[in-house]
Design a protein around this ligand. Structure first.
Ligand SMILES: [Zn+2]
Length: 460
């Protein structure tokens, strides 16, 4: 039966969902995590990808075609009414187009399409504005060195040229690759093609820097997760809820899978509990941390990402630590806590403790030294020469002595694994009764000194 937490105050209301989830057995928490994350992952990796359209229209107004995004290539081309344009895709308020001869490619504003030309925009595939392919510099350089590489092969297997313009005898194109080097700088390549479409040269232009994030060639491994295909029909960033799940939960996916493997028991039955617990600790921290870095490479802002990820990992570690020793039965390796069986009552014994409290204090003698000049610390780390007077006191102090007698009983709480009966004991002590009474007084003389420093208030 599902335990429903109480709901009596605003605090209860806020914590209710967390209590509901964390009261579930650990395998159900992991299962819930997988139910939330796996569909998003599958949709993201395998959602349909269309090709650009190929539809020609004569424009009815003079338009400006943007043919470069890099600082040194920001340029536009004026196209007059009546020019035929090939429409490739819609991208928000823009239309991705190329000239009929294929020499220029870029974006024009959709509002420039009027009259009959406007109707041709209907049904164009949508190109994602943030489409890009993450690749390590090493892998990109190897790709560019592939013999016989052509623009057609690049566009078919990787990503399309976003912008194109004539360059000497051939063409050059800005591609949606984000080339990441070993210190985290991201480059955008400009690739030059010969007239027959084969790659002749390329330049890597600075795009942005994420210098704190060094993933090296691991980028290539995770690239399918953070790259965004141009015509992908689904992106987790499209909706608020999927965005939250994608940002904060994907990093725990290896942990969810590991917990389910523990739950399935047979695959990891050989693994000692200490190793299993170490693996869980590692996955709680490394998984979200790596995912956080990957999202930072993708350009997600620091402030909504990093503090929440750190907090979630700390809470995760804390909750895990609470069930650290009782997560898995050491004998049968079922992912189930030991159940309380009962308490064995042990022998009783008496414990006597004495303590004392000053009840009166009388000053017998008080004399002072003469003023001396000494180097004294008047504030932290600051020394000055000041006058110092030493007070000598002699007090008569009377103490009352108390004795506490307690009757204690040893207890053994018995726990057992519901599957195999493996037992675990917890020792405890219960106080049956306790009495404190005064048992006498004694008087002593105490001598002590106090220093009085010039310019500093003195309390004797
Ligand atoms: Zn067991």
């Amino acid at each position: 039966m599902i335990y429903l937490p109480p709901l009596k105050s605003l605090k209860d209301l806020l914590l209710w969902p967390f209590r509901l989830v964390f009261n579930l057995p650990i395998q159900e928490q992991a299962l819930l995590g997988l139910i939330l994350t796996i569909p998003l992952l599958v949709l993201t990796l395998f959602s349909g990808s269309k090709q650009p359209a190929d539809r020609t229209v004569d424009i009815t107004e003079t338009v400006s075609l943007k043919i470069g995004a890099l600082d040194n290539r920001k340029d536009s081309l004026r196209l007059y009414a009546g020019t035929p344009l090939r429409l490739l895709a819609r991208q928000g308020k823009l239309v991705w187009v190329e000239t009929e001869d294929g020499r220029y490619r870029g974006f024009v504003e959709a509002k420039n399409f009027t009259g009959d030309a406007r109707k041709t925009l209907e049904g164009l595939p949508n190109r994602r504005w943030n489409s890009r392919y993450y690749i390590s510099k090493q892998k990109f350089e190897a790709l560019m060195d592939t013999p016989g590489l052509t623009r057609e092969a690049l566009e078919r297997n990787w990503i399309h040229a976003e912008y194109l313009q004539p360059d000497g005898r051939g063409m050059s194109g800005e591609f949606g690759f984000h080339v990441v080097d070993s210190v985290g700088t991201q480059f955008r390549p400009v690739i030059q093609f010969a007239r027959d479409g084969s790659v002749t040269d390329y330049l890597l232009e600075f795009w942005r820097s994420k210098r704190a994030i060094r993933l090296g060639s691991a980028i290539d491994l995770f690239s399918p997760l953070i790259s965004i295909a141009e015509f992908r029909s689904f992106s987790p960033f499209d909706h608020g809820v999927t965005n939250l799940i994608w940002t904060y939960l994907i990093g725990y996916l290896p942990l969810f899978l590991f917990v389910l493997l523990l739950w399935a028991r047979t695959p990891l039955i050989w693994m000692p509990n200490v190793v299993a617990n170490l693996c869980i600790t590692a996955l709680i921290t490394i998984g979200p941390f790596t995912w956080c870095m990957l999202l930072r490479v993708q350009g997600i802002a620091w402030w909504p990402l990093v503090p929440v990820t750190v907090l979630c990992s700390l809470v995760g570690c804390f909750l895990f630590w609470n069930s650290y020793s009782g997560l898995r039965c050491p004998r049968c390796k079922h992912l189930i806590g030991h159940e309380y069986q009962g308490t064995l009552l042990g022998n009783t014994y008496t414990e006597v403790k004495r303590n004392q409290k000053a009840v009166s204090r009388k000053n017998l003698k008080h004399r002072t030294s003469s003023w001396e000049h000494k180097r004294v610390e008047v504030a932290q780390g600051r020394y000055e020469v000041r006058g110092v007077l030493t007070h000598f006191y002699e007090d008569e102090v009377t103490y009352e002595i108390f004795e506490t007698r307690s009757l204690l009983q040893r207890l053994t709480r018995k726990y057992a694994c519901p599957k195999c009966g493996h037992g675990r004991d917890k020792q405890d002590v219960k106080v049956l009764e306790s009495k404190t009474k005064p048992v006498g007084r004694h008087t002593t003389v105490e001598r002590y000194t106090r220093k009085q420093i010039e310019g500093i208030p003195f309390k004797p």
